[in-house]
Write a protein that binds this ligand. Sequence first.
Ligand SMILES: C[S@@+](CC[C@H](N)C(=O)[O-])C[C@H]1O[C@@H](n2cnc3c(N)ncnc32)[C@H](O)[C@@H]1O
Ligand code: SF4
Length: 438
Amino acid sequence: MMTTLHPILSGSPYQAYVYAYPHKTAYRAFREPLNLNEYWTRETCSNLFLYLHVPFCTMRCGFCNLFTQAMPTDSLTTLYLDALTRQAEVLRSLLPQARFSQVAIGGGTPTFLNVEQLQVLFGLLRRFDVDVSSVPSSVEVSPDTITSEKAAYLRDVGVERISIGIQSFVEQETAQSGRPQSREEVEKALQLLTDLDFPTLNIDLIYGLPNQTVESWLYSLEQALRYEPEELYLYPLYVRPLTGLGRSSKQWDDVRLACYRSARDRLLSLGYVQFSMRKFRKAKLSRDSGEYCCQRDGMLGLGCGARSYTRQLHYSLDYAVTPKSVKQIISDYLARDASSFQQAEFGFLLNEEEQRRRYLLQSILNTDGLLISDYRERFGTTPEEDFPILGTFAELGLLTRTESSWTPTSEGLERSDALGPWLFSEPVQQLMKSYELR
Ligand SMILES: C[S@@+](CC[C@H](N)C(=O)[O-])C[C@H]1O[C@@H](n2cnc3c(N)ncnc32)[C@H](O)[C@@H]1O
Ligand code: SF4
C-alpha cells in the first residue's frame, strides 16, 4: 500500500518565518482609529518591552524585506528623531505607570545615526525611566556603520547585547546578494566589538545565498566563531517578490536544509545551546532572565516601522517594501501631530481564539516549548483541547508531549517555518493572501 506523506513533510520546509503572530501582512486599517488609552489601561504594564525603530541604512540589500530607507539625508534623520520624540512624549503621558524590563533598538540599522543622534535615542529611553545598564538591552549594527566612537558610546551607556549582521564572510556571496561588503570592513567591525567586550555579541548569518555551498557556508560559520560570539542567529534566505532577488526550487530547499543541519551539528558539538531554528547561544539563560519573552504580550514600539502589542490589539503604521512606499510612510510619520500618536489606525484585533493561537505559536517553536500549566492558568484549557492538530504533529514526529510541556523535536525545529504557518488561523491566512505588497 502506498503511504502518502503529510504535506507538512512533503512540502517546502521554508514557508514563512513566524517572527510574530499575526504577521504584519494580516494588519489592516481600522474602520475608525482606536483609542490606545483604552487598550493599554487593560494591561498590567509592569513588565513591558520597549522597542525603538530606526528605518535607515547605507544601502538596501538585495534580499531585505524590512521596513527601511537607504541613504536618507541628514535633515530627514533629524526630522525623524523629532517625530520619535513627539511620539515618546505622548506615549509616556499615556502610560505613566509603565515599567520596562527589556529594551531593543532595531532597524534598519540604528548605527546609521551618528553619536549625537544616538544620544537623542538613548535620551528617549530615559523618558521611560529605563536605565539601559540595568535591563537587558539590544542594539542592531552593521559592519559599514559601526565606528569605534559609536561602539564605545554603546558600551559606555551599558548596552548588553550587540547584534551585527554579517550574513557571509565570502565577499562574492554578499556582492551577488546585493549587499556589497568588504571582508576588511567585516573583520574591522567584529574586532572592534570583540575588543569592547559587550556581554553579548550576536552575529547574524544567512544560508541559501546565491552560489553559496554547504562548504562555503561552514567556512563563514567558522569565521564567525573566531570571534567567540555568545549568540548566533542563522537565517535561511527568504526572497519576497518585491526584494531584489527571486528564486525558488526544490534544489534550493535541499541546500538550505543541508546548511542548517551542518551548522546546527557544528554548534551543538561546540557546546552552543539551540533555542529555536535560528537562535543558538553559548549558555542557556534561566526563564527568569529578560531573555525569556516568547509569550510576552506587552510591547511598546516607537518609530514608523515598529509594532506594538497589547493582549488584544496589535498595531503599527502601514507597512511597505518598495523604496517609494517606504519613503511615503516615513514622510507621513514626520508630519504627524502629537494627538495622532494616541490612536491606532492600522493593525489587528485578536479575539480569544487568536490570543490562544498566538500564545501557542510564540512558544511551541522554541526549545523551551509550551508549558501546559502556564497555558491552562491563562486560558483554562489545555493546548491539545484547543488545538487537536498537536496530536497529528506528535504522530509525525515534529512535536513531543511530556508530562508538563509541548516541545519541538529536532525534525520539528528544522521544519519550524512550515509548522508555524500551518497553525495560522483561516482568517489570518486569508488576510495575508489578500495583502498587496507594495
Ligand atoms: C535589521 S537586520 C540586522 C542589522 C543590519 N541592518 C545589517 O544588516 O547588518 C536583521 C537581519 O535579518 C536577516 N535578514 C534580512 N532579510 C533577510 C532575508 N530575506 N532572508 C533571511 N534573512 C534575512 C539578516 O541576517 C539581518 O542581519
Ligand atoms: S539587511 Fe540590514 S543593512 Fe541590509 S537593508 Fe536590511 S536592514 Fe538594511
